[in-house]
Design a protein around this ligand. Sequence first.
Ligand SMILES: C[S@@+](CC[C@H](N)C(=O)[O-])C[C@H]1O[C@@H](n2cnc3c(N)ncnc32)[C@H](O)[C@@H]1O
Length: 281
Amino acid sequence: MTPTGNAFTEHAADLYRDGSRLAARTSALHRAKTHGRPVADVIAELAANRLAVPQHAVVADIGCGRGTSSRVLAERLGPQLLLCVDASAAMLSAARARISARTRGTHTTVVFLRADFHHMPLPDAACDLAVAAFCLYHAADPRPVIDEIARTLAPCGAAILVTKSADSYRALDCLVADAGLDVHATERPSLYAAAHSGNLADLTAPFLQVERVQHEEHRFAFTGLDHVADYLATSPKYDLPPGLAADPAAIAAALHAVLPDRPLVTTSTITYLTATRGAPA
Ligand SMILES: C[S@@+](CC[C@H](N)C(=O)[O-])C[C@H]1O[C@@H](n2cnc3c(N)ncnc32)[C@H](O)[C@@H]1O
């Protein structure tokens, strides 16, 4: 039977209950990355182009996670108010630790809001710019979330939505299947199925005017099986044998037992969508 479950939509709260999984995943990917601009830099550049006077702007970073984009937005734009929104208390606390010291003494006020992005405690038209990076695919249906983002935008306000291609890290699916750790690995639905490079514009168009969609291929070269195992231990995609899940050393040992140790290259397309809320008629 073809596997259908998607841990990113079904168990998102569990994945972000503490910050360690995301930090380990980001670290494994960061060490592997050979091509692709830092996503937070691109977001800040797109944001700067959208705001007439960034220092007067209210900016929301929705699904802010550990605050990677929030920090760069604070530093590069220096907005009047930066709202960091996330459902996870642990993520917000990590974001607070990374951002607060850097904004102390500046004119930027940073507010951390624990909220579900389906129902944000923000008034209508409160934001000049909203960023939602790598989080829309955690909603089984992202359309109500994009509608909610549109509600919070001021007339002519902009949204920057960022996601990945559905085929991201495909070579790792093949490796997991070849190793026999999860023979269905290549058939499992993409973690990004709900909001990916191929459907983001269609999801957004009913709620916002889509202005630009940019795709950029990111390339990752894992040095060998130990490095691959560091990443696999953070991925909820696979149905690994008992005792292996979340244990990089155990996964590495299982891979070494059946596969030659060599570098592995994989890709992910990062998609940046810029959209605006129309002016009132
Ligand atoms: C992969 S992280 C993205 C972090 C950050 N935007 C970045 O680019 O590094 C996804 C974040 O979405 C948050 N999230 C998932 N479902 C959410 C929901 N229903 N409401 C608000 N945040 C949610 C998670 O808690 C997590 O921090």
